[in-house]
Design a protein around this ligand. Structure first.
Ligand code: GLA
Length: 405
């Protein structure tokens, strides 16, 4: 009997073990009936994570400006072309370019060849050609910058035998001949090499006047060697040699502090029949958020009355004021957005009303990080390529331009 009992026990155990280990059926065992979940009496509290503000819509500056018949530009470097992010912004938003450096006298005059030839020799550099080809391939218009300037100009062009080591400045007559040859070659070469059609404007003379109404005479060898009519001669030669499609500009900074001076001077840039030798005035527009736009537009309105084209040629708007940059805080960037909005609105309104002849507005760069005034965060895009309130100001999207801050 004991044996039978033991056998039964072993059999029972084996059956249980088989049932437990060999079960493949995934059907869940019916749950033990639990207490019914109480129906919540309150509406559940919403997820506290804030919904992200929707990205402002995509808009392209060149489309906004085109509605007012204005090209929008940036200065150009080869780095901008080789950086895919800047290149994308450049091609998306801008339709005009000005070389930041590579068309300045320092970059396009060859001392060795001038000595060899006994005449000043213009030689275009590789980077300039790369940028002109890029402009051509991408349908970008070009502003030429600049022919006659006291700065970024080689000293040797003013010396005997094209050699400043002689210490002997040439005479006014020789220098005028060199000036004519230089200007003639620039336009001839642009034409011969098939680039002239890209250009719609050219800064013939840059920064010749001071805020006190005097001519820039310090460190200005054009003034020293030729005399105070060097600007007139530069425009006279440019008129003689520039192709028809290229408008001739005088370009300067602090224009709002030189208004009367510029007005008086421009009236002297005429030929013997009284016709203007100049087509337009370039306002560099290196501005500050603390500047008065009322004062700025007083200058715009006064100089517009001369009947010439006005272009904003190097626009950037620094946070703060001269020698006192402000932090790139949200508040200051909002202030910048409002300033740019008001500035561009003032330009558009005048253009639409027919009181301002403006055909292009150029920003001096695309992103803050690549600006010559980067410590003042003066441009429309951040160093990380994002649109700042200033961008929306330029695009006239008031709701994103810092007015809600
Ligand atoms: C002046 C010149 C420009 C450029 C800036 C500084 O405004 O006209 O070409 O050199 O200074 O970047």
């Amino acid at each position: 009997m004991k044996k039978v009992l033991t056998l039964c026990l072993v059999l029972l155990l084996l059956t249980g073990c088989f049932a437990a280990c060999g079960k493949k059926d995934p059907t869940p065992t019916p749950a033990v009936t639990e207490e019914p979940t109480p129906v919540p009496t309150q509406i559940p509290v919403e997820d506290p994570t804030p919904t992200p503000t929707p990205e402002p819509p995509q808009v392209y500056l060149k489309d906004v400006f085109a509605e007012h018949g204005i090209k929008v530009g940036t200065c150009l470097t080869t780095q901008m072309i080789s950086n895919s992010k800047t290149k994308e912004l450049l091609l998306g938003h801008y339709n005009s370019v000005t070389m930041e450096n590579h068309m300045k006298p320092d970059y396009i005059l060859s001392q060795a060849k001038s000595i060899e030839k006994g005449d000043i020799v213009v030689e275009f550099n590789k980077d300039m050609i790369t940028m002109l080809d890029f402009a051509k391939e991408n349908g970008l218009a070009v502003r030429g910058h600049t022919l006659v300037w006291y700065s970024q100009t080689p000293q040797w062009i003013f010396y005997d035998n094209f050699d400043n080591k002689t210490g002997k400045l040439v005479t006014r007559e020789v220098m005028l001949k060199r000036m004519e040859s230089y200007i003639k070659q620039v336009f001839e070469k642009l034409t011969e090499q098939g680039y002239a059609d890209l250009f719609y404007a050219y800064d013939v003379v840059n920064e010749a006047w001071m805020e006190d109404g005097s001519m820039r005479s310090q460190m200005n060898l054009w003034y020293e060697v030729v005399g105070d009519d060097y600007i007139w001669h530069a425009f006279n030669f440019a008129n003689k040699y520039a192709p028809e499609n290229i408008a001739l500009f005088y370009n300067d900074y602090n224009e709002q502090f030189k208004t009367d001076t510029l007005e008086k001077f421009v009236k002297t840039l005429v030929d013997k029949d009284g016709n203007y030798l100049i087509d337009g005035i370039g306002f560099q527009a290196h501005l500050y958020t603390e500047d008065s736009l009322t004062a700025y537009f007083k200058t715009v309105d006064q100089l517009s009355k001369l009947g010439l084209t006005i272009e904003l040629t190097e626009l950037d708007v620094c946070l703060g004021k001269y020698n006192a940059p402000q932090m790139a805080s949200d508040e200051n960037k909002a202030k910048q957005g409002r300033f740019v909005y008001d500035l561009i609105k003032g330009i558009f309104d005048r253009k639409d009303a027919g009181t301002l002849k403006i055909d292009s507005l150029t920003f001096w760069g695309i992103t803050d990080g690549a600006s010559w005034r980067k410590s003042y965060s003066p441009l429309l895009f951040s160093s990380a390529y994002s649109r700042k309130p200033a961008f929306f100001g330029a695009a006239q999207m008031k709701e994103y331009a810092g007015f809600n801050q």
